[in-house]
Design a protein around this ligand. Structure first.
Ligand SMILES: Cc1ncc(C[n+]2csc(CCOP(=O)(O)OP(=O)(O)O)c2C)c(N)n1
Length: 298
């Protein structure tokens, strides 16, 4: 990132109205507020069905709510329309849940990235379809207890791994891909400001705890998000020019994954041996990322 920005540099003007109807401790609403504080009002919001249209009482002049699967196609048309009328100064910002990104919206998203449409896509990842009752998505981590992967006598929660969508998006060779976390607002903001200055398809994937779906205490949202980064479960990095990878935060020593996981009701059932496997996988993944840091991803 060329331009370092502090959370203190954010515009004074508040973009979110009070009386927010989000659940207590909702990370998604904090993320939405930070995004539009960083992007400014000269933006067009695109949001498909999710919690976002409910909690995003944001003062941005244009709001569009296309069908669940159509976020990327709609954002494409909007960006091209703005180009035709000479308004490429407007940032087309898609704020989409993990379901609308990694599952149902993925075909259109992949197409828009491949065509390098002038769209900034933000995934707020609460790791399930929360607006409709907490069903698993392909962003749900293994073993999580969700309403469609319930833990019971013969079930240990979700049976497959979380899909690594930031890396999949990077392999589309788009100009900018970044991960971020609600617990690191300065890192998140600096990445948005940097991405805003780039033309073409930009993708940001933001870790966003959901107390209602995760069975966590609303006051612990930021703590869980921070521990997830510090334990290597949610690494913070960016990939510029299609291939240059850089970790934007490197904890000196990783904390045990049990610290954030034990705070979450959806992982309450985890046995020590299951925790050890998650620990091993996380350490290996972190080692791989450290090897990639400062290099090209392919
Ligand atoms: C085609 C279609 N299928 C299903 C739905 C019902 N639906 C509305 S919101 C939603 C969940 C969205 O999940 P996600 O994208 O993860 O966002 P979150 O609710 O977690 O904020 C679903 C399944 C819909 N609106 N349209």
């Amino acid at each position: 990132m060329s331009k370092k920005m502090s959370i203190r540099d954010l515009r004074e003007e508040e973009v979110m109205w009070s009386g927010n109807p989000a659940c207590q401790g909702c990370a998604g609403s904090i993320v939405g507020r930070l995004i539009f504080k960083a992007l400014g009002r000269n933006s067009a919001r695109v949001e498909v069905a999710s919690c976002a249209p409910g909690f995003m009482n944001i003062r941005v002049p244009s709001f569009f709510g296309p069908a669940f699967e159509g976020g990327a196609a709609f954002a494409t048309g909007l960006a091209r329309g703005y180009k035709v009328i000479g308004r490429e100064d407007i940032t087309v910002a898609a704020l989409i849940g993990d379901g609308g990104t990694v599952d149902i919206g993925f075909q259109g998203l992949s197409g828009a990235a491949e065509r390098n449409e002038n769209v900034f896509w933000f995934t707020y990842d609460n790791e399930a379809y929360m607006n409709t009752g907490g069903q698993r998505s392909s962003a749900t981590p293994e073993h999580a207890n969700t309403t469609t992967t319930p833990v019971a006598q013969y079930s240990r929660g979700k049976t497959s791994d979380k899909k690594n969508v930031p890396m999949i998006m990077a392999l589309h060779n788009v100009p900018y891909v970044a991960t971020a976390s609600v617990a690191y607002p300065e890192d998140l903001t600096a990445k948005i400001v940097y991405g805003k200055g780039i033309k073409g398809f930009r993708y940001m994937h933001i870790f966003s705890p959901c107390p209602t779906g995760w069975g966590t205490d609303p006051k612990d949202t930021i703590k869980i998000a921070r521990l997830s980064v510090e334990s290597g479960l949610w690494p913070l990095y960016e990939i510029t020019e299609g291939h240059k990878m850089r970790l934007t935060y490197k904890p000196r020593e990783l904390k045990p994954v049990s610290e954030p996981l034990k705070m979450q009701g959806r992982f309450r059932h985890l046995k020590d041996e299951e925790l050890s496997v998650i620990q091993e996988q996380t350490t290996e993944n972190w080692q791989r990322l450290l090897e990639m840091d400062g290099k090209t991803i392919f």
